[in-house]
Design a protein around this ligand. Structure first.
Ligand SMILES: Cc1cc2nc3c(=O)[nH]c(=O)nc-3n(C[C@H](O)[C@H](O)[C@H](O)COP(=O)(O)OP(=O)(O)OC[C@H]3O[C@@H](n4cnc5c(N)ncnc54)[C@H](O)[C@@H]3O)c2cc1C
Length: 350
């Protein structure tokens, strides 16, 4: 375990996109927090990430939008090509802001916005329990030690010369144990794209060896998000810990940025002792519980819709039946309207 010991008001578990963004949101509202990360250093899972208009709205609220825009070209059209029948479909972005970012640039920009010492590395939390007497959250570390927190936690073409690509494979028969072994990942990737157009094979063959990563994708069912309990007392979840979804809409990370803005806003309202505010006269623990209720209420339908749309898009990609794909397209159009409706969301001011 790392060097953390002692009491802190707000503990955030995980220095991923969402954890760092939430710490930054709180910092911009004048509230300190401590981020505990099990890894020994900042790490970005994956090479790049596409950010749509809604994600840029959140990044602007966090104050890092302008810096990051300079590092990522804007994309105006996305072309989907079916390798089965050669059919192409173009999605025009028009006024939509869509850019691909190098993941480490995003993580670094969020980290750089935080005061020194906000993130502690090498701290692996294995359990969070609530003390029944004090209502404080008690963190249990992997070395058997404990610490208390009063509040809450989480668990759980870029530029001109850079291209982000990934291969999606359903139903891995077993864990290949290949994470961290780029040679084997590269070999498996080349095997999977045999028969693809030569320019794609060339792209994979010429990619730098250390840029190959392997990620197992999980998802939380949309109905679980709609009906599930997403916070208890002063503890809540956010980002993938709340709404992990498939990559078919490219919105998982941006949804985590939206969570950060909403959490920052709700918690700031609860923690700043405004004598005329909604929470005046209430105990801190009660105020924070109410703030987290508000956060969950505000985000639940948003993440349920994103998760449902992602799920249906994944089904659409996986099916080879004309009837099933027609049915899915009909449901998608009926429930979600245009293909880019999901980008038209503003998580509001911090
Ligand atoms: C192939 C692929 C493509 C994608 N493309 C896009 C895209 O284009 N656009 C988009 O918006 N999203 C995309 N996503 C989704 C996006 O990557 C995730 O939603 C996002 O990275 C989640 O961020 P997070 O901070 O919630 O979680 P994570 O990035 O998983 O961070 C969690 C952090 O918590 C730490 N941690 C976990 N458990 C503990 C513990 N017990 N104690 C201490 N620390 C702990 C971990 O080490 C990690 O650093 C894609 C995902 C995949 C797989």
């Amino acid at each position: 375990m790392g060097s953390y010991s002692g009491d802190n008001d707000i503990i955030i578990i995980g220095a991923g996109i969402c954890g760092l963004a939430t710490a930054l949101a709180l910092h911009r509202k004048g509230i300190g927090s401590l981020v505990l990360e099990r890894a020994d250093s900042l790490r970005a899972s994956g090479a790049a990430i596409g950010i749509h208009t809604n994600g840029w709205c959140a990044l602007d609220q966090l104050g890092v939008g302008p810096t990051l825009r300079e590092k990522a070209n804007r994309i105006y059209v996305v072309r989907h090509v079916s390798l089965d029948n050669g059919m192409t479909r173009e999605v025009l972005y028009g006024n939509e802001e869509y850019r691909n970012l190098v993941r480490s640039d995003l993580i670094q920009a969020l980290f750089d916005g935080l005061p020194p010492g906000t993130v502690r590395f090498g701290c692996h939390i294995v359990q969070v329990k609530t003390d029944p007497v004090t209502s404080q959250s008690v963190l249990h570390f992997d070395d058997g030690s404990m610490a208390t927190a009063k509040l809450f936690d989480f668990v759980s073409p870029i530029g001109n010369k850079l291209v982000h690509w990934f291969i999606f494979q359903t139903r891995l028969p077993e864990d290949y144990g290949i994470s961290g072994k780029p040679e084997i990942i590269r070999e498996a990737a080349l095997e999977l794209i045999k028969g693809f157009p030569p320019e794609m094979i060339e792209l994979a063959e010429n990619s730098l060896l250390d840029s190959f990563t392997f990620t197992k994708i999980r998802y939380r069912a949309p109905w679980d998000l709609l009906l599930g309990n997403l916070h208890r007392g002063t503890v809540t979840v956010a980002g993938d810990a709340m709404h992990v979804m498939g990559p078919f809409l490219g919105q998982g990370g941006a949804a985590g940025l939206e969570d950060a803005v909403v959490l920052g806003r709700c918690l700031a309202k609860a923690m700043q002792m405004d004598p005329n505010g909604d929470y005046a006269g209430k105990q801190l623990v009660t105020r924070v519980g109410l703030a987290l209720d508000e956060y969950v209420k505000e985000g639940r339908m948003r993440v349920t819709r994103l998760s449902m749309q992602t799920y249906l898009n994944g089904l659409l990609m996986a099916t080879s039946s004309g009837f099933t794909s027609g049915l899915i397209v009909f449901v998608l159009k009926t429930l979600f309207g245009g293909a880019l409706e999901h980008t038209q969301y503003d998580s509001g001011r911090l």
